[in-house]
Design a protein around this ligand. Structure first.
Ligand SMILES: [Fe+2]
Length: 174
């Protein structure tokens, strides 16, 4: 997986400073790395904006207050992104609107959205294998995510080390 030009060390550090849960917990940085890996693979097929997909991976669960049901955490992640925009990352207005929509609605169960938003949601849903849940193809948004080859690959990503490449951007201690 190529190194990101969007996810810089200052961005990851700013997110980590406010993160309230275990950094490498089930909704933490390893999950984000897998969402990024899966999302970028999907992007090759869906035409999604890769910068939005990468930023979604690190913001959508960044403001959780628990590892279970946490209404509003997507909105809070979008608000965090708004606060850090222009400081540790930048994104044009139209693309930022997609990032906000993707973060805010990612737990709504909706499948209808802009292709970039759909790609973000599918990347997140395809990482359910980390908690022993097989993603339901009916709840995936894009045809690419439902293809057997990509579906099988994505549901196994949690087993390989490739997805841990955000580690180079994060400090050893909080
Ligand atoms: Fe997630």
């Amino acid at each position: 997986m190529k190194r990101s030009s969007v996810l810089t060390a200052p961005l990851l550090q700013a997110i980590r400073q406010q993160y309230q849960l275990t950094w490498d917990g089930i909704h933490g940085v390893s999950h984000w790395a897998r969402v990024r890996t899966i999302g970028l693979r999907l992007t090759d097929h869906t035409g999604a904006d890769p910068a939005v997909v990468e930023l979604f991976s690190v913001f959508h669960d960044a403001c959780r207050t628990n590892e279970d049901r946490d209404p509003g955490h997507g909105r809070r992640g979008a608000d965090l992104a708004a606060g850090l925009r222009g400081q540790v990352f930048d994104l044009p207005d139209a693309a930022f609107a997609l990032l906000v929509a993707a973060c805010t609605e990612h737990t709504s169960g909706t499948t209808e959205a802009h292709a970039t938003v759909q790609t973000c949601w599918d990347a997140d849903r395809l990482d359910l294998g980390r908690v022993g849940i097989r993603p339901d193809p009916a709840r995936l948004c894009t045809a690419a995510a439902r293809t057997l080859r990509l579906f099988t690959w994505a549901t196994r990503v949690h087993l390989v080390g490739e997805a841990l490449d955000l580690a180079h951007l994060t400090p050893a201690t909080p």
